[in-house]
Write a protein that binds this ligand. Structure first.
Ligand code: NAP
Ligand code: GLV
Ligand code: GLV
Length: 324
């Protein structure tokens, strides 16, 4: 019998074709409860491919007595109980690098969309309400020469910063580990203090993973030290920000605006958030390019193939990659 690969949702065929010869692949029915189906099918599953929106808990792993790998179709893996995976000896992999450019580009799409009022402008054109060019009509904020702050200068954060160099921006960063290469080669400036960085930024991009440490990393206290002319961009995970505090900051003009690709309880977006005029939102589109999504599917397949062959999967998450 071929080993079973269970996909919680359909993934691009580029990955499936690498697996279908040697594995039995099943995709859950999107019209039925995912959790009920998981509970039913996990006992016979050897490899699980979840989306980032599906929480994989210790309870799931207890049921999955044959599970060898949780092969996340995402770079972020905060949806998986890593301690439980360790306990059960289940390998966990993610999809780094192949989505870095797509996500950094989306950060920039949000930066320019919110500062230059692109969505508002598009809406004026579509409503046939463009009544002529005037010197003080729909003025925006110019990013060139300003200060771009990155929190979490990893793969995506550093790619966001490098794009900022093209806009002659000063790039400042705060991260868990100092990055001498980014400082020497690209002129990034390290800020050991998050508060000091927040005081200096004009545009802030959040690029940390969502962990216990980064839960509500940005709350009222942090928003209060930012300039009232500054913009916040979040493409990481919604819960890195205290969303109620952010909404209040945007309503009261504590900061000028925000670009948001992720939300606290997504796909739910609160009415209060939806009413804000000074934000641009996208429905978690960071890695949503054909290139990135196909490459993620190939990566997922290659991780499964490696585990099945008894090899170390190429994208084992760092927590499981540490030498004992
Ligand atoms: P990464 O390379 O691991 O970068 C994360 C960076 O954050 C690392 O430099 C890490 O420091 C730093 N960091 C971790 N905890 C921190 C803390 N408590 N305080 C300060 N810095 C901290 O990951 P990535 O590939 O850039 O992805 C980052 C995140 O983006 C993912 O986890 C995911 O949530 C999100 N994402 C979203 C989308 C989307 O569609 N919107 C797409 C892709 C990714 P070290 O250098 O010490 O490890
Ligand atoms: C997307 O959010 C990812 O983590 O890949
Ligand atoms: C604007 O279109 C200009 O020519 O300045």
């Amino acid at each position: 019998m071929k080993p079973k690969v269970l996909c919680t949702h359909r993934i691009p065929k580029e990955g499936i074709i690498l697996l279908e010869k040697n594995f039995e692949i099943e995709v859950l029915d999107k019209n039925l409860s995912i959790d009920d189906q998981l509970k039913e099918k996990l006992p016979e599953t050897k490899y699980l491919i979840p989306l980032l929106s599906i929480q994989i808990t210790k309870h799931h792993m207890e049921l999955a007595t044959n599970l060898k790998g949780i092969v996340n179709y995402a770079v972020g893996y905060n949806n998986i109980d890593i301690e439980a995976a360790k306990e059960f000896g289940i390998k966990v992999t993610n999809t780094p690098d192949v989505l870095t450019n797509a996500t950094a580009d989306l950060v920039w799409a949000l930066i320019l969309a919110v500062t230059r009022r692109i969505i508002e402008g598009d809406s004026i054109c579509r409503r046939n309400a463009f009544s002529g060019w005037f010197p003080e009509y729909m003025l925006g904020y110019e990013v060139t020469g300003k200060t771009l702050g990155i929190i979490g200068a990893g793969r995506i954060g550093s790619a966001v910063g490098k794009r900022g160099i093209g806009f002659d921006m000063k790039i400042i960063y705060h991260s868990r580990t100092r990055k001498p290469e980014l400082e020497e080669k690209f002129g990034f400036i390290h800020y050991p203090s998050l508060k000091n960085l927040l005081k200096d930024v004009d545009i802030l991009s959040l690029n940390v993973p969502y962990t216990e440490e980064t839960h509500h990393l940005i709350s009222k206290n942090e928003l209060e030290v930012m300039k009232s002319s500054s913009y916040l961009i979040n493409t990481t995970r919604g819960k890195v920000i205290n969303e109620t505090d952010l909404i209040e900051a945007l309503e009261t003009g504590l900061i000028a605006g925000a670009g948001l690709d992720v939300f606290y309880d997504e796909p739910f977006i609160s009415e209060r958030m939806r009413k804000l005029k000074n934000i641009v939102m996208t429905p978690h589109l960071g890695s949503a390019t054909t290139n990135a999504r196909n490459a993620m599917a190939v990566m997922v397949a290659n991780n499964i193939i490696a585990i099945e062959a008894g090899n170390r999967p190429p994208n084992l998450i760092p927590e499981l990659n540490k030498k004992k």
